[in-house]
Design a protein around this ligand. Structure first.
Ligand code: GLU
Length: 507
């Protein structure tokens, strides 16, 4: 493919960006990078009734967190700017006028009440009202197809409200190509005459979207399946303007974990996982919605998971860096059917990414958590701890639960384990063990192992009789990495102190 691939992500700033939107942005980004193209961010804010002030910043922050920045967009390389449709408002009118002049559009003066009455009439007869070829010239609807030029001008001059509607051609079969779905045939008689422009001077999504894709020289429109029904109109608009159409690719829906129904904005709250990349505060209600970032996910794990929602590499490979995704991505491997989202799989990805990080990277993330816990520690020590416990962690925030005993004495003992492991004779055994430990001069793993194991063998008792109460003394529960590692990490004195504490507390 040539170098002039230009794709755009065109969200409407109506609230936080859903993970489905992030997936659309990601596929656009991957496609652009794969073909040395340009990834454009365009803010589609023509619908002022749904506009939310902090949504645009949220979109930008989300793309940044995912490490998929746009090349062109608001405030960045504004070669085809402005990139906010509200700032392009004045340029759309001439395009509506062009279609009015060449017969591809017409004025319609029908009021909301009149249209409602038509709808009700139809319903009463078991029919659905569609504003199109079928009725637009029959005389019941008030539009420039039936009114004289003079009447039209009079109405406009009198300040009557109007819209500009697209004049969908009659009796045609459209043959449309979609990069994901292949050839789609549509009978134009099933389409309605969509509104392109409103008398408040604002274009509708359809007109603004097509005009901007053309002016911004977009080569491929990659967007969600919910826009597929708009494809016939969009394709006809290109014909109406005499413009070359970009290629289209409609991405499959992301489905709920149960596999049925689209994963919606409110599903996260109901099902207990985030559906947004970042935490979001609704400025009106003060409601805070959780995000993957704040829940402790690594952005590269999140992105890797998203990439496989509706795309597959054709191999068993699941772990992909962003560079590897760019390399492997291909629209031909985007599936037609919906992609089921799995919160468990998302955790699995995070776990994999966590294991891939170096201890040094991880300790940097752990230090602030330790500080929050009021722990002062040496970085090298904390790094060794991380090395010992990370394989059991899914998130960095799991580290504290898995390792608090390296930094502070247990504050309680798991009652079930204590009941089972701390027998009548245990106190005496533990007191003897303290003497054994005191006698170990150089408290290394090897020495501790030799001495303690030797002593247990000489006593001819099972290892569990000593090792389990010892673990309970050191950790507070029957969990954690190798005991000898723990003992030598916390040191001889602390080991002895903790055993003595347990003797006192557990009898
Ligand atoms: N503004 C539309 C949205 O919010 C863009 C659809 C498209 O990409 O054409 O998703």
């Amino acid at each position: 493919m040539s170098d002039n691939v230009r794709v755009r992500f065109a969200p409407s700033p109506t609230g936080p960006l859903h993970m489905g939107g992030v997936r659309t942005a990601l596929f656009n980004y991957l496609f652009a990078k794969k073909h040395n193209g340009t990834f454009v961010l365009r803010i589609e804010d023509t619908d002022q009734t749904r506009y939310v002030a902090n949504a645009e910043q949220y979109i930008v922050d989300a793309l940044e967190w995912c490490n998929i920045p746009f090349d062109e967009g608001p405030g960045k390389n504004e070669k085809f700017g402005p990139y906010r449709q509200s700032e392009r408002k004045d340029l759309y009118k001439q395009y509506a006028e062009e279609l009015l002049a060449n017969g591809w559009a017409y004025y319609a003066f029908d009021t909301a009440e009149q249209l409602d009455a038509h709808r009700k009439d139809h319903e009463a007869n078991g029919k659905t009202f569609i504003y199109n070829w079928h009725n637009r010239e029959k005389g019941r609807l008030v539009n420039s197809l039936v009114l004289s030029e003079e009447e039209v001008q009079q109405k406009i001059a009198a300040g009557e409200k109007y819209v500009v509607r697209f004049k969908t051609p009659q009796d045609q079969t459209l043959i449309l190509e979609d990069e994901v779905r292949g050839t789609i045939k549509i009978d134009t008689n099933t389409l309605d005459d969509k509104i392109l422009f409103k008398s408040d001077g604002m274009p509708t999504y359809h007109l603004a979207n097509i005009v901007d894709d053309h002016l911004m020289e977009i080569s491929h429109v990659i967007r969600g399946e919910e826009w597929l029904p708009s494809l016939p109109l969009h394709s006809l608009l290109y014909t109406a303007f005499g413009w070359e159409s970009p290629k289209f690719a409609h991405l499959p829906l992301i489905l709920k974990p149960v596999g049925k129904g689209k994963l919606g904005k409110r599903d996260g709250d109901k099902l207990g996982f985030p559906v947004f990349p970042l935490e979001y505060t609704n400025e009106e209600t003060g409601n805070v919605t959780r995000g993957y970032k704040e829940d402790g996910y690594f952005s590269d794990a999140f992105v890797n998971m998203l990439a496989l929602l509706g795309w597959n590499p054709g191999t068993e490979q699941e772990l992909f860096s962003l560079e590897a995704l760019v390399e492997a991505f291909d629209l031909a491997r985007v599936s037609k059917s919906g992609a089921k989202f799995s919160p468990d799989k998302t955790k699995w990805f995070n776990q994999q990414y966590l294991q891939q990080k170096t201890d040094n990277e991880l300790v940097e993330l752990y230090l602030p958590i330790l500080e929050n816990q009021g722990v002062t520690t040496d970085k090298d020590f904390a790094e060794k701890v991380v090395a010992l416990i990370k394989e059991r962690a899914v998130f960095v925030q799991d580290f504290w639960d898995l390792s608090s005993f390296f930094f502070q004495d247990p504050i309680e003992y798991d009652p079930k384990a204590a009941k089972k492991q701390w027998k009548e004779t245990t106190g005496e055994l533990m007191t003897e063990l303290v003497t054994v430990i005191e006698g170990i001069e150089e408290f290394s793993i090897e020495n501790a192992q030799t001495e303690i194991k030797g002593w247990i063998t000489s006593k001819e008792i099972g290892f569990g009789k000593v090792m389990q109460p010892l673990r309970l003394s050191l950790v507070g529960k029957l969990a954690g990495p190798d005991l000898f590692e723990i003992m030598t990490m916390v040191g001889k004195e602390t080991t002895i102190k903790r055993i003595q504490n347990a003797i006192t507390n557990l009898g």
